[in-house]
Design a protein around this ligand. Structure first.
Ligand SMILES: O=C([O-])CC(=O)C(=O)O
Ligand SMILES: [Mg+2]
Length: 602
């Protein structure tokens, strides 16, 4: 089993320290016999079953002849346009969102280009189906929704052999992985292996929103069991029927996974952590951030989108960032991630220490306001730095708002409706333009609805939510709520990271992403109360974010692509996935006549 070639080891040791190189030594990394078949050799029925090559009835007669599929399709040749029309017709006939989700994922498994074309052309309508909130419902009902496997499932029983499982993946070039262990899916809790819908959904947005090739993306479920008894009793459950493995064995499994990814796909392969339980999310971020090319979307992606929303709202309120008082409700990974990034932004802007910046930030969790005399054990972890001395303990959110008088209230609790009428009204009494973010997902976990936020503040609040809400009509005015979802951030971060092969992703990247996102909000968006650019601009926003991050990657020598392209933006745009079908017929070319005449050989 100890097979490793020198160049492979050199490649790995470039990014890993000696200790981790030792860890990958047991892994066979000679890959020659594992490469997938070249695309040009895929023909016949095999071609019809390959979603990245399939074109359905858009194959021309010539292609059908050439590729050995003539007669395997109905005789008519349809354009991609007509196919899109048919897909949307069928979509409208589906009776509920879960059926719409199933119909779209079926299309994705069958014909990738058509799926992405339809998704991109109808983003506002379809994003809530392939992504939040419907993807949450799909995960809860994954046993029913399951049709065909996509991505990789690696279980705790594969410990010691993770590299070999990764080698079963048919694509040899993987640039980005989204991985979960399913322990905290959105605000829905432990969904075990059913959580696979999340990496699949996130990576669909890598392609739809940032043009990253679908074949370069790999969704991974790390199945270490589930503590959700309902799932363990569910006859349709697709995962391991056992309680979660924790502690040393789980951590060794995670370490092996990280090294196996490097060994199989290279040290530049981006690994996005998604929907791990808070304690693990933080632990792995701290442990792996400087050693691998990784980030945690729930901590860092959510932080950047919330900071961007806050920055934009300050253009309306006119209060400088450092003069705000921000109350977080929830003290898990999302709340602490946002608070830490906001504190970093404040400290930079006001030229004060990070600790001084933390004094402007307050937190309220399941046990009430974070004040010093709380019982031992209630103030552990990253939230600790937001504990205040001078405040009275309270478990009543309205009372906390009254005491602190915050300018901004940010909810990341997973507790739907916790922003009650009295809490929202109080924010409205304290502020001319209160900032209220209800970031928990999916929709029924939002801390309040858009309707409630606007109604109880007479339309004065600056509102955003993690899941989409429809525009609200109030006293003859229409309010369009912003969607403060990390989908504004992670695609752009992933685009810069994969195109320029960054070695690591540090905190600065998320500050840059937040600032760039906020700058994309136009004055007319702001007048309409929008805190984020309209959804239809999101691909352009991802490119802008990627451009700014890539400048930083070159300034700090994190980029591995040299020489640096002269024009970063046009280089990025040249790399983007194109949803139009390619022709399989070679360009016709004839020899010039004089070359076809027999020549004298003398
Ligand atoms: O997936 C989403 O919509 C946002 C997110 O990361 C989460 O809520 O965990
Ligand atoms: Mg998430």
């Amino acid at each position: 089993m100890l097979r490793i070639n020198a160049s492979g080891l050199r490649l790995i040791s470039k990014s890993l320290n000696v200790q981790s190189v030792k860890a990958v030594k047991n892994i066979a990394i000679d890959d020659k016999d594992r490469l997938s078949k070249p695309r040009s050799q895929i023909k016949g029925v095999e071609l019809l079953r390959n979603p990245s090559l399939y074109k359905g009835m858009a194959f021309t007669v010539e292609e059908r002849q050439l590729l050995g599929i003539h007669g395997l399709l109905p005789p008519a040749v349809l354009s991609q346009q007509v196919q899109c029309h048919r897909i949307m017709e069928n979509f409208r006939r589906e009776k509920d969102d879960l059926s719409r989700y199933i119909a779209l994922t079926n299309l994705q498994y069958r014909n990738e280009k058509l799926f992405y074309k339809v998704l991109i052309d109808n983003l506002e309508l379809l994003m809530p189906i392939v992504y939040t909130p419907t993807v949450g419902l799909a995960c809860q009902k994954y046993g029913i929704a399951f049709r065909r496997s996509k991505g990789l499932y690696i279980t705790i029983h594969d410990k010691g052999h993770i590299y070999d499982v990764l080698c079963n993946w048919p694509e040899s070039v993987v640039k980005a992985i989204v991985v979960t262990d399913g322990e905290r899916i959105l605000g829905l809790g432990d969904l075990g292996c059913y959580g696979m819908g999340i990496p699949i959904g996130k990576l669909s947005l890598y392609t739809a929103l940032a043009g990253i090739y679908p074949t370069h993306c790999l969704p991974i479920m790390l199945d270490v069991g589930t503590n959700n008894q309902q799932l363990l009793d569910d006859p349709l459950y697709i995962g391991l029927r056992q309680k979660r493995v924790t502690g040393k064995v789980y951590e060794e499994f995670m370490d092996e996974f990280m090294d196996a990814v490097v060994a199989r796909f290279g040290y530049n392969c981006l690994i996005q952590f998604e929907d791990f339980a808070s304690h693990n999310a933080y632990k792995f971020l701290q442990k792996y951030q400087e050693k691998y090319c990784m980030f945690n979307d729930d901590i860092q992606g959510t932080a950047a989108v919330a900071l961007a929303g806050l920055m934009t709202s300050l253009r309306v309120t006119g209060t400088p960032l450092e003069e705000n008082k921000i109350l977080f409700v929830g003290a898990g990974q999302a709340a602490c991630g946002i608070a830490d990034l906001v504190a970093l932004a404040i400290s930079r802007k006001a030229n004060i220490t990070f600790e001084q910046a933390c004094s402007r930030i307050y937190m309220f969790d399941v046990d009430g306001l974070l004040v010093e005399d709380r019982p031992e054990g209630q103030l552990d972890g990253p939230k600790n730095k937001y504990t205040k001395q001078s405040l009275r303990p309270t478990k009543n959110l309205s009372d906390a708002v009254e005491q602190i008088k915050p300018t901004a209230l940010i909810g990341a609790t997973g507790v739907g409706g916790i922003f009650t009428e009295s809490v929202i009204r109080k924010m409205g009494q304290l502020n001319e333009r209160p900032v209220i973010f209800a970031l928990s997902n999916p929709t029924h976990k939002a801390e309040c609805t858009a309707q409630q936020a606007y109604e109880f503040t007479d339309g004065r609040c600056l509102f955003s939510s993690g899941s989409p809400f429809k525009p609200v009509e109030l006293n003859g005015k229409t309010y369009v709520p912003g969607q403060g979802n990390n989908s504004y951030i992670f695609p752009g971060v992933a685009l810069a990271t994969t195109v320029f092969q960054s070695k690591h992703i540090d905190e600065e990247v998320f500050l840059i992403a937040a600032r760039t996102l906020s700058e994309q909000v136009s004055e007319s968006d702001l007048v309409a109360g929008q805190l984020y650019p309209p959804m239809k601009q999101i691909q352009n926003v991802s490119v802008k974010i990627a451009v700014e991050i890539s400048k930083y990657y070159y300034e700090t020598e994190l980029a591995s692509l040299y020489p640096a392209p002269y024009d970063l933006e046009s280089y990025i745009r040249d790399q983007l996935y194109d949803t139009t079908y390619q022709s399989y017929v070679p360009n016709t070319w004839t020899w010039p006549e004089e070359h076809t005449k027999p020549k004298d050989f003398n």
